[in-house]
Design a protein around this ligand. Structure first.
Ligand code: C5P
Length: 220
């Protein structure tokens, strides 16, 4: 992997509850990066569409709702959050059982992904403008579709029991296996380990070890 002092783009992909967020936030702190959680982008659109009374099967209505949505960004410490028409939804709304159950259905709709593609890529420019040392973006298709050219791409994995225990500890109702299955088998931007990405099994390591390993691999 190239080592340089220039602006870095780091991608972190993987299924639900593999440790993407803790790892990405820890790396953002350590390396002074802007952090973006794209799962929250899909959750935000899911909340907005459900709030308008539509479901994932009503494709025409979903397209109309998407057209009316204006995306905005709010920077909160090191994290850039997505807002809709300047409003960033509360975390508790984004992680409700209903959103957990519906988000993968909406994320499989090509128009929903199209709404986010250019926005997500544009966050690298925002991070540069804001003078961060780089951007760390987590999700399902970041190293494969959003930033396939990024020099530092990682894919995190862990066995199902470890992941279920993590969610239970967070007190969340979340069918992670069902979401992963939907995310892996959809046609639009399926969850895959990007070609050339480094695979890390987080069940074998502490969070500090994973952060240390990635920091070492990117040469910082
Ligand atoms: O990361 P999180 O579990 O919050 O993601 C919620 C859902 O958003 C995923 O299960 C997936 O369906 C969708 N997602 C996606 N592409 C991304 C990030 C998340 O399809 N880059």
């Amino acid at each position: 992997m190239p080592s340089s002092n220039t602006f870095k783009i780091i991608t972190i992909d993987g299924g639900a509850a593999v440790g993407k967020s803790s790892t990405s936030k820890g790396l953002a702190e350590r390396l002074e990066l802007m952090h973006v959680d794209t799962g929250s982008h899909y959750r935000t659109l899911t909340c907005a569409i459900l709030g308008s009374g539509a479901d994932a099967e009503q494709s025409e209505t979903v397209s109309k709702i998407l057209e009316a949505i204006k995306l905005s960004t709010q920077i909160d410490g090191r994290t850039a959050r997505l807002g809709i028409n300047e409003v960033v939804p509360a975390d508790s709304d984004l992680r409700s059982p209903e959103v957990n159950a519906q988000v993968s259905k909406f994320a499989a709709i090509p128009e929903v992904r199209k709404k986010l593609f250019a926005y997500q890529r544009s966050l690298a420019d925002l991070a540069r403008e804001q003078q961060y040392a780089g951007l760390i973006m987590e999700g399902r298709d970041i190293g494969s579709i959003i930033f396939p050219e990024a020099a530092y791409r990682f894919f995190l994995d862990a066995d199902e029991a470890t992941r279920a225990a993590r969610r239970a500890k967070e007190g969340q109702t979340d069918s992670i296996a069902a979401r992963d299955k939907m995310d892996r088998t959809r046609l639009a931007a399926p969850l895959v380990c990007p070609k050339g990405a480094t695979l890390i099994n987080t069940a074998d390591h502490t969070l500090e070890e994973v952060i240390g390993k990635i920091t070492h691999l990117i040469g910082s």
